[in-house]
Design a protein around this ligand. Sequence first.
Ligand code: C2O
Ligand code: CU
Ligand code: CU
Length: 486
Amino acid sequence: MQHTFARSLSRRQWLVLAGAGTSAAAMAGVPGSRGRTQKDAYRRFSEPFRAPPVLQPTTADGDADYFDLVEEARDIQVMPGALTRIWGYNGSFPGPTISVTRNRRAVLRVHNALTAHTAVHLHGGNTDPASDGFPTDMIVAGAQREYVYANRSRAATLWYHDHAMDHTGRNVYMGLAGLYLIRDEEEAALRLPAGQNELPMILQQRRITQAGELAYQDGDRIGVGGDITLVNGVPWPLLEVAARKYRLRILNASNSTSYTVRLSSGEPLLLVGNDGGLLAAPVECAQVPLAMGERADVIVDFSALPVGSTVDLVNAANADEPESIVRCIVVRRERDDSSVPSRLSTIDVLAPQHAARTRVFAFGGKLSRAFPPVSWAINGETFDPDRPIATVRSGESEIWTFENHRIGPLGMLHPVHVHLSPFQVLRRNDGPPLPHEGGWKDTVALGKGERVDVIVRFDGFRGRYLMHCHNLEHEDHAMMARFDVL
Ligand code: C2O
Ligand code: CU
Ligand code: CU
């Protein structure tokens, strides 16, 4: 019967499945269901760049810092033309940055003042299972919960975000995400650009209606994008810089949009770190692809540029239509005593021959003739919080092979994220990892039809953890699995 999958899809779903991705460009040209949005009236680079606020601990004692967060709704100006109801940690969109010191505990006291249930997960954290934000461990509306983070991992760009069962996508889209930086002495000794010269950049795609509403619709399970690129909650900001080096900590916190960042000048980005902290040595990258959940820690040097010149940070995910997302304008000269040493750190390389075993995880799903058009699965199974898909031993390492199983002739990106322990990428489609995939990772892009081998060593805590696709709508629609560490 020729009732086809294709015909039951909207044009947007078709575009996405056919591989156009939920890039801003692909979305922007899609007619129907949508109407005019706040994007239409906005002039790019008219709003100044800003970093999220930094959260100060409320109290501290001998072994921990205590942070208070309230998850609350607020009406704020995201776009100049309207007020937008967001859900923010302490009303901030995105949430405040939490900065901690390695080996000093942090306690997050979270009060859920929303009408929806939530859960907080520290992405990239080596965390006790009771504090890992398992999706069924929710903070019910009105309740409070404490999360304890040991912060034993090396200095790195982590982030915290909502992880509530079935509603992570909506909760993050509404604003429940923020940066969490672990700092240590090894990193401080390098004298990378710091303080005002270290700039977080949280990239998020959003759609905001003319009335100012965040338009979240995940009924098709494909993934929710948007026609506006927000950087730290500001649409296409203008960043005033001095003619010197900056450290950019870039996080893809979008639900379902991948970016490929590069500079409009054609100069390479100097990658010094990724998900799990510093690389062994800086790597020059013409561009850095960032799937959902991935981080890039890069140095950009404006020192050769005359005052008045501009350089854009560009998203080239759609190679035919690269889009500037931040405009940097050099406004003054400045002395720069930061440095980027040619040796940054030591990576303790995990040896594949010592892996206790190999497991294969297939990220795929099934087509349906009815709406919704797909259901997602890992190894053919949908998420069951009560049943582990794998049981591993603490202290052992394993090779995990992630395979992207196309659905029929079509395919989609599935960024694979593993909780608890970072991994090292061994192979991508039988070739070497991509240039930005050295060091320690916790999320790896699995493009359509691809296969990626990683080696992971389970350490620190025992209990139940998760691996899942970081397309948040896939995650919410069961492309997630529990694994247990014994
Ligand atoms: Cu960033 Cu389990 O998530
Ligand atoms: Cu995580
Ligand atoms: Cu996916």
